[in-house]
Design a protein around this ligand. Sequence first.
Ligand code: GN1
Ligand code: MG
Length: 368
Amino acid sequence: MNVEKQIREVCDRFGLQGEYRFFEVVNSGHINTTYRVYFFRDGELKDYILQRVNTYVFRDPISVMDNISSVTEFIRAKIKAKYGTAKRNVLHYSKTEAGEYYTFMDDGGFWRCCRYINNSVCFEKTDNLKVIEESGKAFGEFQLYLSDYPVEKLSIVIPHFHNTIRRYNAFRDAIKENAVDRAESVQDVIAGYLSIEEVAIKPYQLQKEGVLPLRVTHNDTKTSNILFDSETLEHLSVIDLDTVMPGLVAFDFGDAIRVAASTGEEDEKDLEKVAIDLEKYEAFTRGFVGMLGDSITDAERDSLALGAIAMTAECGVRFLTDYLNGDRYFKIHYPDQNLVRAKCHLVLAKDMIRQLPKMQEIVKKYSK
Ligand code: GN1
Ligand code: MG
């Protein structure tokens, strides 16, 4: 079916009011397919975000939507109690006539729809330290809101998502299987990742040993998963709640640092440009640690910088695994993109290992 026709049918299922005008493709995110759809109503354009969920990655998309609707309702109630309105500070998903937050189309596609938050902007990356600090606040606040959420209500939508040990094992399997005959040509990158395995798996081990507690975490804390007010640049709402599951504070901190405090793009080709920017790191830390205050334990605070190494290495290992498997998981926009991403993450993780003492110092500075 033609895309526009399908989009309009999805809009009908969600009962969107007004006159359909047009749609845009939103090219952010490596997993789902996203559109922004415009309707004309009450003399103005109203917009919605429509997504076709990737059911290869999310095998049980109904549970994903159950998690999301329940978590957003929980946060909405808190914000409403505090500020009277929660319109721009938490996502609002639409229901179909059947009262469901999703619809299956005839081709098996699984779709959802949420309101676009007015006057908001989203950045893939930014050099603005104020925005980076706001990003830290956004993810810190998200955890605070969910600190008393009943964890047992959450479905584990992707088992072992941030189990770094398993991610490394899947990597070893991919090297062995060598499905598309790429292993030989990337021996040095493979060796590089294996050489940092011990430090990369540390936070996960600390959780297994009971040193670090599990909390409700976001698990995909890149900069592009936050909306900011387009005028004040203050954080409004965290988005992309697909992977909200029990996790470590260090993972949310670390995955955010991987993107927000790197000097290069996620797929930076010029490896000379790739390093951890300590100024940006400090800005994010100020926001995040400041927001969480003493709601986290000393051991959790001590694990944050290590979490940045773990998440950078883990994400890089996942990119390289996908490259070895023939690019089946992450969307790519040019042939070697997963390899480029992996190379860049290796350089970044190694730089973080060198800078670890300074990174730990900075966390301490904001822990008082
Ligand atoms: C994916 O969906 P998106 O693009 O926000 C991935 C994350 C990775 C990220 C790397 C479900 O996130 O785990 O860190 O790409 N999401 C899933 O950019 O695997
Ligand atoms: Mg995502």
